[in-house]
Design a protein around this ligand. Structure first.
Ligand code: G3I
Length: 328
């Protein structure tokens, strides 16, 4: 569905934090291989709001300046996420939480209005295991605003930056199995409800944290899901792609090949079925992956989930992503 021209002009991005900016080889690799950056954690409310009376945008401003100085597009991540609420706000979920959350969103979107391309306005709204009929996660945002919180967030963001592409970002939509299928169904119902009431969601963010040897290559259920999303008139952003190799053999060359094949098969499927606005990886070089902590390999070897090796050399995964972009 993504035309050849669209594929060639796809934005390719990576998650970034200010500590990366002091690593010259990394910033050179980013400028060589990327045209989009996403703050890995420093634009989140728990970082900005760490001092209860004085928001701290210093780190986010540095990342925004790096992007602007180097002509990189900037994807804002993320305004409302249940895992990024400031300590001082976690206790209460009442009116002042609602006021504080809305004030944070409005102030942050207004601060960067016109300077960034897109926002993950709400991150990970679904948790079917929480038992609600609508599959919504029982979060402080739901407690404070009710099920309309998604509409509230998107309308507030659109009012303060009408030019930004507003994204609803979710994890696990690309997984196989009944739980993921339930989540995909809840996501379709959620989007149908929100679009029917005019909530300004333009794009579905699919985090795409894949697992080699577990990610189905054809994946008919996910393919059908993407077709439904396209039928709603929504574009897709691949927001946090990486491929965990914790199930792969130890040999690095074998792992690199399996990881590359996983990237290729996944992107071929998504680019076939969706209007993809951008593809971002969650880190660019293997040394910076969150997966070593989150998904350690049983043999203790360090993960090799990303596009560049620890010396910023392009791996088979990089070539696989580029080939998918070019439809080669
Ligand atoms: O850099 C500071 C360090 O100076 C300090 O001593 C230390 C202890 O507080 O914290 C360090 O910052 C940590 C940062 O990662 C860098 O390691 C933060 O505490 C920690 O919260 C932060 O975790 C991030 C996490 O989101 C929560 O914000 C991860 O980097 C980031 O990869 C992860 O990304 C999430 C996406 O936002 C949403 N999708 C899932 C994805 C993976 O969990």
């Amino acid at each position: 569905m993504s035309s050849a021209a669209a594929r060639r002009n796809l934005l390719c991005g990576t998650a970034l934090c200010t500590s990366d900016l002091s690593a010259q080889p990394l910033t050179r690799a980013i400028l060589r291989d990327c045209n989009l950056v996403t703050p890995e954690y420093e634009l989140k409310w728990d970082v900005i709001g760490r001092h209860p009376h004085e928001p701290d945008y210093s780190a986010a401003d540095r990342l925004m300046a790096f992007a602007a100085d180097n002509g990189l597009a900037f994807h804002g991540h993320t305004l409302w996420w249940h895992e990024a609420i400031p300590e001082s706000r976690r206790a209460n979920q009442s009116m002042d939480f609602a006021q504080a959350a809305l004030r944070h969103l409005e102030r942050t979107v207004a601060r960067y209005a016109g300077r960034l391309r897109s926002w993950d306005v709400v991150n990970e709204p679904l948790e079917p295991a929480h038992g609600r009929q609508d599959g919504l996660r029982v979060s402080p945002f739901l407690a404070a605003f009710g099920p309309d919180y998604i509409e509230t967030a998107f309308r507030a963001a659109a009012a303060r930056d009408p030019g930004a592409i507003l994204v609803l970002n979710e994890m696990g939509l690309e997984y196989a199995g009944p739980e993921a299928e339930r989540k995909r169904r809840h996501m379709i119902d959620l989007l149908e409800r929100e679009l029917a009431r005019g909530t300004p969601i333009a794009c579905l963010g699919i985090q795409s944290h894949l697992t080699a040897l577990e990610q189905p290559r054809q994946h008919p259920a996910f393919r059908a899901f993407l077709r439904t999303i396209r039928g709603m008139g929504l574009s897709v952003m691949i927001t946090e792609m990486d491929v965990s190799d914790h199930l792969c053999p130890r040999d690095p060359r074998q792992r690199d090949r399996i990881v590359a094949d996983t990237y290729r098969a996944y992107l071929d499927l998504v680019l076939d079925e969706s209007r993809v606005l951008a593809v971002g990886t969650w880190g660019l070089a293997d040394f910076s992956t969150w997966l070593n902590a989150f998904r350690p390999r049983p043999d203790g070897a360090r993960q090799r989930p990303l596009l560049l090796d620890r010396a910023f050399r392009r791996k088979p995964a990089w070539h696989a992503v580029r080939a998918a972009f070019l439809g080669a």
